[in-house]
Design a protein around this ligand. Structure first.
Ligand SMILES: [Zn+2]
Length: 293
């Protein structure tokens, strides 16, 4: 499942490839992938307009044309946007749902085998923002301490559950929530609203850092991505806690513990991410294992 860094990598690759290019032709190959029932596939897919910019909020993308129209894209679980450069045909692939040809001969396809993703067409970017992005919290890659503080304030659920809530913070998934909490030295079961200002500041900075690093790691494979095989960057080797339950903490050597928060597997260091003494065992398990809000 693409997380924010992969989506940002896709955005950057797209911006490089299609901004300033005119859509010579566009074809919708599978009708129901376009989730907004309105215009013809051609118009919805920005045919005959020039691409002005590619934006992202959380895991949502928006391709904006110079004439003001906007196309929302969500990659869901298995969605891909693949560019084949000028003179290079797209590799034969199945599950191609939409296809664009640009004025310079480059092509773009949207494929999504499991179809949890999709395309959303709007007359304006404002309309797209209202319909698709209004319920999203601050973008995680750029979240400020103040924005995070507002998102967590008064929250009674576990801080990790709050981080996974797209209405609090857009774009943080399970991997980066664990990584950011570890770097901030905060236990995932801390009650969201109980974090002090310095803790929130540390957490906001950790979130931005882990995501920036992951974008950089993904960015290194952008050429492959845009050129041929479409595999986004992977960087498991950089994870300090995610997927490392039972292994030693990179800081203190204590064995990392794995447990559930909001029904998601969570890994933390019991020493570097201590729970305050006021948290009895029963209280933390009670609150967090059930994902109680
Ligand atoms: Zn540790």
């Amino acid at each position: 499942m693409p997380e924010l860094p992969e989506v940002e990598t896709v955005r950057r690759g797209l911006a490089r490839s299609i901004v300033g290019r005119r859509v010579a032709s566009a074809r919708l190959l599978r009708r129901d992938v376009l989730r907004t029932a309105s215009r013809s596939g051609q118009a919805a897919l920005l045919a005959e307009s020039t691409i002005k910019e590619v934006l992202r909020r959380g895991k949502h993308l928006a391709v904006v044309a110079e004439d003001g129209r906007a196309l929302g894209v969500h990659l869901g679980m298995t969605g891909q946007l693949l560019v084949a450069p000028i003179g290079k045909p797209q590799a034969a692939r199945d599950h191609v749902h939409a296809r664009w040809v640009f004025d310079n001969g480059s092509t773009l396809i949207f494929r999504d085998p499991r179809r949890f993703g999709g395309l959303w067409s709007y007359a304006t970017l404002d309309a797209l923002r209202t319909a698709r992005w209004a319920g999203l919290g601050a973008d995680a890659l750029h979240v400020t301490a103040r924005q995070l503080e507002l998102g967590l304030a008064g929250g009674r659920r576990a801080v990790k559950a709050a981080l996974l809530d797209q209405g609090v913070l857009a774009g943080v998934g399970n991997i980066y929530a664990d990584e950011a909490l570890f770097r901030a030295g905060l236990h995932p079961c801390r009650v969201a609203g109980s974090l002090t200002d310095p803790e929130v500041g540390r957490l906001a900075e950790s979130i931005r850092c882990v995501l920036r690093e992951a974008v950089r790691a993904g960015g290194s494979t952008i050429r492959d991505y845009a050129g041929s095989d479409g595999s986004p960057g992977r960087q498991q080797e950089r994870h300090l806690v995610y997927g490392r339950g039972g292994q030693p903490c990179v800081h203190c050597g204590t064995l990392l513990t794995a447990f559930l928060v909001a029904q998601r597997t969570t890994v933390a260091c019991p020493r570097c991410q201590r729970l305050p003494k006021s948290y009895s065992h029963s209280r933390s398990t009670h609150r967090t294992f059930a994902g109680v809000d």
